[in-house]
Design a protein around this ligand. Structure first.
Ligand SMILES: [Zn+2]
Length: 308
């Protein structure tokens, strides 16, 4: 009998850590406008931080929240090269110099070169609170290969061009938690300014197909939610394209160029359907830039044929 009790007790004790492995996802969201998430998951050998925030001052706040856990950082993963996800990398790297910094080859290259001038633009907006020199990830994620970090096996998937040229999603099969970067945001005005909304819709379909068992999703912007956020993001982009399409038609006033009147009409339609959707970017003219970029995309590429 005593032996049975001991055996049962041992069973309970050994089973406990497995259920405690329910990932405890930490999140620091900077304030609006342009609220962006720094996320961290608990791995056996420490925390795995996903993205680094926009500005130096916000990265310090994220750092304080990470340090409050009392756990070391085992690795830092970067989903994509947009300024709001990499601006804080220098702060995190300085605090955790031995933690490897991972990104895809394309993302690391963009951080190195700023070929789109996004960091230069962000420095104009945020001034000295945006790093003068970018910190470049020192470890490469092999496309669509699992990543072994901090004693954890994460699945990865490469996307783009869509929300940006090159984006990596991370998935923990043991907890069914999905980290899609900015392919999904929650209840926020996304940055459509790269003009690849059709590619983005394809990526959303692929994201859903690639991780069909995901139970919880942690977007780059906004609160975590169910995988239904993927359909919600798809709906937003489809609606946005439908609002813009008439103004991009050659027969419209101004031809394929969006006139100020058309711009005002589209803005009104978007705001009526998606009111209280703060911008993902600190760029005050994000909506105007989104409309111009999507009009250009539709005028040059025509309709988007994506299943689903
Ligand atoms: Zn972002």
């Amino acid at each position: 009998m005593k032996r049975l009790v001991v055996a049962l007790l041992l069973l309970v004790l050994t089973a406990a850590p497995a259920s405690a492995r329910q990932l405890d996802v930490g999140r620091y969201a900077s304030p609006n406008p342009g609220s962006v998430n720094v996320l961290w998951i608990s791995a056996p050998q420490g925390l795995i931080v996903i993205d680094s925030g926009r500005t130096i001052s916000e990265a310090h706040k994220a750092l304080a929240a990470i340090q409050a856990t009392g756990r070391p950082v085992a690795a830092i993963l970067i989903t994509h090269a947009h300024p709001d996800h990499v601006g804080g990398l220098g702060v995190l790297h300085e605090a955790f110099p031995t933690a490897p910094m991972y990104a895809s080859a394309g993302t690391a290259e963009e951080i190195r070169t700023d070929s789109k001038g996004f960091y230069a633009l962000t420095r104009q907006i945020d001034g000295a609170d945006y790093p003068a020199v970018m910190t470049v990830p020192d470890h490469v994620i092999q496309p669509n290969k699992p990543l072994f970090v901090g004693g954890l096996r994460l699945e990865t998937a490469q996307f783009g061009p869509g929300e940006t040229e090159d984006e990596t999603a991370f998935y923990d099969p043991s907890t069914r938690e999905l980290f899609p970067g900015d392919i999904v945001s929650n209840h926020m005005t996304p940055a459509l300014l790269e003009g690849h909304t059709c590619g983005w819709l394809t990526d959303l379909d692929r994201l859903h197909d690639r991780f069909p068992h995901a139970a919880r999703l942690y977007p780059g912007h906004g609160a975590p939610g169910s995988p239904r956020l993927i359909a919600k993001q798809t709906r937003y982009i489809n609606d946005f394209r439908a609002f813009v399409a008439p103004a991009a038609a050659p027969s419209s006033p101004g031809g394929v160029t969006v006139t100020p009147e058309e711009l005002a009409t589209i803005k009104g339609e978007v705001e009526a359907k998606y009111s209280d959707y703060p911008n993902v970017a600190s760029l005050p003219t994000l909506m105007d830039v989104n409309i111009t970029a999507v009009a250009h995309e539709i005028a040059t590429e025509g309709p988007c044929r994506v299943g689903g």
